[in-house]
Design a protein around this ligand. Structure first.
Ligand SMILES: *Cc1c(COP(=O)(O)O)cnc(C)c1O
Length: 397
C-alpha cells in the first residue's frame, strides 16, 4: 500500500527544486552585533533585535533572578493557575509605558492576532485589511466568520472606497474593523495611521494596528506608531505589538481600553488555552520596558545608525525602496541575484538574508537589512564597504 505520508517528502523536494525551501542557519551564541552564524564570525544585519536588548545585562539579570524566585515554568494557563504576580505587573507597566488604560500580554504576537481578531468581528461584520498585512493578521482574519475587504497598500482613497461600498450593504454591517500593520516588514514604510484613524471615525469603524516593527522604534522613546503620529488614544481601538522584536524577548500584547482587556482575555482562545510565559520571560520583558524608559540612548542610536547607513547606501546608488524606518531593503530585482548578493555578503562578513518570491512580488527580490542600535560606526562602515564591493561585482550599482 502507498505510504499515506509520502507527500511530506515529495512536497518538500518540490520546494527544494524551486529553491523555495528555508535553509536554517545556526547562531552559535547571543544575537549580538558580531555573532557566529554557521560557525563563521559575521556582522548581524537582519535580526529584529533593533535595540540590542536581547543580550542586555539588565534583561539577562532579571531573567536569572526570576528563575530563582518564581521557578522555570508558570505551571498552567493564566485563567487557571498560571497567572503570576509578574504577569500582572508586566501588563500594568506596559499600559503605563503606552499611555493606555490597559494592556494584555499573549504568548506571542501571532497568538494575539490569531486569538483576538476572530473575536472582534464575526457573522454580519466586515474586516478591511491593507493588502500587505502580516501573515498572522491574515490567519486571524481567516479564523473569523466576518466578511473581508482589502484596500490597496497604504492607499486611503481606496480604503475610503471600500468603506463607502460597505455603507451601501443591506442588511447593514453590524461592525466594521480596519486592520493595518504599523510598519510594513518587507519595505519598512509606515502605515498612514494619521489618515486611517479619522477615516475610520467618519464611518464608525474600529481601528486595529499591528505595531510589531514600530514598537521600540517609532514615537517618543519607542512608544510606537500611535505616539509617532501623536494620535488621541481613543482613535486607535487596538494597538497590538510584540516583545520579540525591539524588546528583545518574546510575547505579544494589545493595549487600549480596560474594556478591550477584559473582552480580549475572556474570549481569545489562544490566550485561554495555552500556557503562560515562564517567569524568566516575563521578568526580562519587564526589564526591557524599564530599559526603554530609563535609557533613551538606544532608540536615538538606532536612528543615527539608520541615517548613516541609508545615506551611504543611497550615495553608492543602491535602490532602497520606500523605507522610512530602520528596515532598509536593498532592492535587487531578480531572485537569483538577490541570493548571490546575500552569499557574497556572507563571505565578506555580513549576515543579511534575501527576500524573494513568494514573500515579495516577482521581480522585487531584495536583501532586507535591519539596523541595530548596538552597531558601532566602524561596523556600519564595514557593512557599507561589503555592500559596495559585492554590489559592484554583481553589477547592481
Ligand atoms: C513579527 C510580527 C508578528 C508576530 O510577532 P511574534 O511575537 O514574533 O509572534 C506579528 N505581526 C507583525 C507585523 C510582525 O512583524
Amino acid at each position: 500500500m502507498r505510504d499515506p505520508s509520502s507527500f511530506l517528502k515529495s512536497e518538500y523536494d518540490d520546494l527544494v527544486r524551486r529553491e523555495l525551501d528555508w535553509k536554517l542557519r545556526v547562531l552559535g551564541g547571543p544575537s549580538s552585533p558580531w555573532c557566529t552564524v554557521d560557525g563563521k564570525k559575521v556582522l548581524m544585519f537582519c535580526s529584529n533585535n533593533y535595540l540590542g536588548l536581547s543580550n542586555h545585562p539588565r534583561l539577562k539579570q532579571a531573567a536569572i533572578e526570576a528563575v530563582q524566585t518564581h521557578g522555570a515554568g508558570s505551571g498552567s494557563v493564566r485563567p487557571i493557575a498560571g497567572n503570576m504576580d509578574l504577569h500582572v505587573e508586566l501588563e500594568a507597566r506596559l499600559a503605563k509605558f503606552k499611555g493606555a488604560e490597559a494592556s494584555l500580554v499573549y504568548q506571542t504576537g501571532f497568538a494575539a492576532n490569531a486569538g483576538l481578531i476572530p473575536q472582534l468581528a464575526g457573522e454580519g461584520d466586515l474586516i478591511i485589511s491593507d493588502e500587505l498585512n502580516h501573515g498572522s493578521i491574515i490567519d486571524g482574519v481567516r479564523l473569523s466568520h466576518a466578511e473581508r475587504g482589502v484596500y490597496k497598500h497604504s492607499d486611503t482613497d481606496d480604503l475610503a472606497r471600500v468603506l463607502a461600498e460597505a455603507e451601501k450593504a443591506s442588511p447593514a454591517y453590524r461592525r466594521i474593523l480596519i486592520i493595518t500593520d504599523g510598519v510594513f516588514s518587507m519595505d519598512g514604510d509606515i502605515a498612514p495611521l494619521d489618515r486611517v484613524a479619522p477615516l475610520a471615525g467618519e464611518h464608525g469603524a474600529m481601528v486595529y494596528v499591528d505595531d510589531a516593527h514600530g514598537e521600540g522604534v517609532l514615537g517618543e522613546g519607542g512608544r510606537g506608531i500611535v505616539s509617532h503620529f501623536k494620535l488621541p488614544r481613543e482613535r486607535v481601538h487596538v494597538e497590538m505589538g510584540t516583545f520579540s522584536k525591539a524588546f528583545g524577548v518574546v510575547g505579544g500584547h494589545v493595549s487600549g481600553s480596560s474594556d478591550l482587556r477584559s473582552f480580549a482575555y475572556n474570549k481569545s482562545r489562544t490566550w485561554l488555552l495555552s500556557g503562560s510565559h515562564p517567569p524568566a520571560v516575563v521578568a526580562a520583558c519587564l526589564a526591557a520596558v524599564d530599559v526603554l524608559e530609563s535609557e533613551p540612548q538606544h532608540v536615538r542610536r538606532l536612528w543615527e545608525n539608520t541615517r548613516r547607513f541609508k545615506k551611504a547606501m543611497g550615495d553608492l546608488g543602491f535602490d532602497l525602496g520606500r523605507s522610512e524606518t530602520p528596515i532598509t531593503p536593498v532592492m535587487v530585482g531578480e531572485s537569483g541575484k538577490a541570493k548571490k548578493l546575500s552569499s557574497r555578503l556572507f563571505e565578506l562578513g555580513v549576515f543579511a538574508l534575501p527576500i524573494v518570491f513568494p514573500m515579495v512580488a516577482q521581480g522585487k527580490a531584495r536583501i532586507r537589512t535591519i539596523m541595530n542600535a548596538a552597531l558601532a560606526d566602524e561596523d556600519i562602515d564595514f557593512a557599507i564597504n561589503a555592500f559596495e564591493k559585492a554590489g559592484k561585482e554583481l553589477e547592481i550599482i
